[in-house]
Every structure is written in structure tokens, then in C-alpha cells.
Design a protein around this ligand. Structure first.
Ligand SMILES: Nc1nc2c(ncn2[C@@H]2O[C@H](COP(=O)(O)OP(=O)(O)OP(=O)(O)O)[C@@H](O)[C@H]2O)c(=O)[nH]1
Length: 403
């Protein structure tokens, strides 16, 4: 159940609800992302259904007419999963499953599934497994309540209930075991982090797929003194990097996403400790993504949740090579210029006015503006370093001079 290996794409349908605070375009964007997630998880989306609803249907989230439409489509098109962008209550999930007779997945379980697929180390697998069981537990409870009601309530102890009770106990025991295992690893990792000495710690953070790992590779490989062995026993995403003679630690963390399941935030505590304990954050943004500003807000929300929102941060706007603003026809006197029409220069001005030179515009892939990036990171790391060790600041010039 916890690890999925896909050999061929499974046909899937997406369902989005347009509530009173949203417009259709917004939900289309959310479904675009959900489709990308589905693809990542090994699915192929063949159809999308949306429904405008003032109040979601407590039984099936969407209305009964729409349910029939979906049911018909699922039957006729050999659909394996129906995926909802919204989180479903255990009861909704059960009711929908009963009617559609295929796998019903919500955004949270889809993200958990991808994490399970991607987890490489036993540590990451343990963290994901814990998150999955935490997600599962209330759903078993829901099932139990449902069966109890069917049986007629008090005093009617049937096999169904006993079975679910046993399942709940097994899941609870497993959660306790996994938590113990993680606490032990967390302690080891804490000690290892402590042993890393006094090097300045920099963490790459950002929405999923923005180019954090690409930047990490470019920065650490291109530097003569880059070291990829020191923390081989730790998570391999921490590397020692040297810019202009100044060594520091750079970590690449798990990518963030809108509505990152809370279970994951909790069980990835140790991974996120890299962020929590960092001296400087490099918040990488994919500026070529139409929703990049919303992505920034999602990342900031998670940083806030893990109490890291006040950290010194450099905003790194990546993928400038593939940024394309919308154009306005010269003769068009009606269309108003919006953010979608901004050029990179416009964005530079906007961000410089907000945070000054803590906004950088680069392409990690094409290696554009990387010298500027290195200089900026050097300045910030040096500042932190000389504050910590005022006696050896003569080792590092105030600014780097790249030829
Ligand atoms: N065009 C363009 N593509 C880039 C750039 N930087 C990274 N990419 C591409 O973006 C995709 C995602 O890059 P990653 O480095 O894996 O992104 P990430 O942020 O580490 O992703 P997660 O692991 O999901 O958090 C890859 O296909 C990269 O080749 C860039 O500057 N320009």
C-alpha cells in the first residue's frame, strides 16, 4: 500500500469545485497543477469536471447531477481513479467510492502517494509512511462510525466493527513504532548537525519544480572547493560549498506545494529542521510559471508554519530564460496592462522596490547571472560569518570581484 511502482499510466479524471470565493480561471489553474501531480504519480488525465457550488454537498462534495455525469464517464472510459482537488471527508470519500466504483483520491492522498514513490532513503520512507498512516487513521474511524450506525448503535457489536477496531489498533501501533523510530533518527541527525562545526548554513527553499536542485548542482559543482563527501552519511542534500575562499553549507530541502499535507510537514520535521536552523534562506521561484506569486505565498505560509518566516532571505527568481510576458496588441485600447504583461525588467523594479538587492533574477539552466548570484550569496554569508567570528574577517574581502 505504501509504495507504488507504476509501469503504465492509469486513466484518471479530475474534479474541481468552484466555490463562492473563486472564479473559473483560478480553479483551472489548480486543476493544471493537479494534472501535473497526477502525471507525476503515474496517471493520465482524460477528463476534467468542475462544478460551481455555493455550499459543498456534505455527502459527495459535488451535486448528485454532476455525480451521475462523472459516473457515466467513468463507466464508459475505463477510468482507474477519480481525483478531487479538495480534501474529502472520510464519509464523502466512502459515498463517492460506492457510487463510482473506482479509486477515489483527494489532493492530500495524491501528494502522499508521490512522496512515497519518490522516497529514496529508509529515513524518507519512514517519514512518508508515518504521514500516510496519520492520514489513514481518521478514515478508519469514519468507516467504523458508519458501520456502527448501520448495525443500529449501542450494544450491537458486529464483526465489521471488531475488524475495523483491530485495523485501528494495528495502525495506531504502527504510528507509535514509526514515531519512536523517527525520534531516534532525529536525535542522531541533531548530533550530526551539531558536529558540522560553525559553518554558516544556507538552505534552498521553494515551490516544487522551481529548480532548487539544479541550482544546488550548478553552485556546488562549479566551485573548485565544492565538497560532496563530507555529509555522505547524512541526507545527501547537504553540501559544503566554497565561494571566494569562504566555505558554507548549502542544503536542498523537500519542495513545497500549495496545501502541503500537514501530516507531511509534521513527519518531515527533521528534514525541515535544515530550514529552521539555517542562517540564510534562498527562496527559489520559477518566474516563468503563471502562478509564481501564489507559489511564493504558499512557500511563505509553510515557512511561517515551521517558524522560519522571519529569517534572512534572498529571493532567487529562476528560469528567466523561459519567461514570456503576454503581449498587448498596439491597436488594442481596451486591454489593461496587468502583471501578466510585465517584462523581467518590470519584475526587477517591482522586487527591488520591495526588498532591494535581495532579489536576484537568474537562469540556473543557462547559467545566466550566476556571478551576480554568487556575489550576493557571498556578501550575505560573509556578513553572518564575520558577525560570528569577528577575529578572522580579514580572510574574506568585503566583496567578491569576479573577472
Ligand atoms: N528553462 C529552465 N529550466 C530550468 C531552470 N532551472 C531548472 N530547470 C528545470 O526545471 C525542472 C525542475 O528542476 P529541479 O532542479 O528538479 O527543481 P526542484 O525545485 O529541485 O524540484 P523539487 O524536487 O520538486 O522540489 C527541471 O526539468 C530543470 O531542468 C532554468 O533556469 N530554466
Amino acid at each position: 500500500m505504501l509504495e507504488k511502482k507504476t509501469t503504465e499510466y492509469e486513466r484518471a479524471v479530475l474534479i474541481g469545485v468552484i466555490n463562492k470565493d473563486q472564479n473559473e480561471a483560478k480553479v483551472t489553474e489548480y486543476l493544471d497543477e493537479l494534472e501535473f501531480l497526477t502525471f507525476t504519480a503515474g496517471g493520465e488525465v482524460t477528463q476534467r469536471f468542475t462544478q460551481r457550488m455555493e455550499v459543498p454537498n456534505p455527502k459527495t462534495l459535488i451535486g448528485s447531477g454532476k455525480m451521475e455525469e462523472v459516473e457515466q464517464y467513468v463507466k464508459e472510459n475505463d477510468i482507474g481513479s477519480v481525483i478531487f482537488d479538495d480534501e474529502l471527508s472520510p464519509a464523502q470519500q466512502r459515498n463517492i467510492e460506492k457510487q463510482l466504483r473506482c479509486k477515489i483520491i483527494d489532493r492530500t492522498s495524491l501528494i502522499l502517494d508521490i512522496f512515497a514513490q519518490r522516497a529514496q532513503t529508509s529515513y524518507a520512507r519512514t517519514q512518508v509512511e508515518l504521514a500516510q498512516y496519520e492520514y489513514l487513521l481518521p478514515r478508519l474511524t469514519g468507516l467504523w462510525t458508519h458501520l456502527e450506525r448501520q448495525k443500529g448503535g449501542i450494544g450491537m457489536r458486529g464483526p465489521g466493527e471488531t475488524e475495523i477496531e483491530t485495523d485501528r489498533r494495528i495502525v495506531r501501533d504502527r504510528i507509535t513504532l514509526l514515531k519512536k523510530k523517527l525520534t531516534k533518527i532525529d536525535r542522531q541527525m541533531e548530533t550530526q548537525r551539531g558536529n558540522r562545526g560553525a559553518l554558516v548554513r544556507v538552505a534552498l527553499v521553494g515551490y516544487t519544480n522551481v529548480g532548487k536542485s539544479t541550482l544546488m548542482n550548478v553552485v556546488s559543482k562549479s566551485e573548485v572547493f565544492a565538497e560532496n563527501k563530507l555529509f555522505a552519511t547524512l541526507d545527501t542534500t547537504v553540501r559544503k560549498v566554497v565561494i571566494g575562499n569562504l566555505p558554507f553549507l548549502l542544503s536542498d530541502t523537500v519542495g513545497f506545494i500549495r496545501k502541503l499535507p500537514t501530516q507531511l510537514v509534521e513527519s518531515f520535521k527533521s528534514t525541515l529542521d535544515e530550514v529552521r536552523e539555517a542562517d540564510l534562506l534562498l527562496h527559489v521561484v520559477d518566474i516563468s510559471h503563471p502562478q509564481f506569486e501564489e507559489h511564493i505565498a504558499s512557500v511563505n505560509k509553510i515557512l511561517d508554519e515551521i517558524k522560519s518566516a522571519d529569517k534572512k532571505t534572498i529571493m532567487v527568481f529562476n528560469k528567466i530564460d523561459q519567461y514570456k510576458p503576454e503581449t498587448i496588441d498596439e491597436d488594442d485600447l481596451v486591454t489593461e496592462r496587468t502583471a501578466a504583461h510585465f517584462t523581467i525588467e518590470d519584475w526587477k523594479k517591482t522586487w527591488f522596490s520591495k526588498i532591494g538587492d535581495r532579489a536576484l533574477f537568474i537562469s540556473a539552466l543557462n547559467k545566466e547571472n550566476l556571478d551576480e548570484f554568487r556575489k550576493r550569496v557571498y556578501d550575505e554569508v560573509r556578513d553572518i560569518h564575520v558577525t560570528r567570528f569577528p577575529y578572522n574577517n580579514f580572510l574574506y574581502p568585503e566583496h567578491l570581484d569576479f573577472q
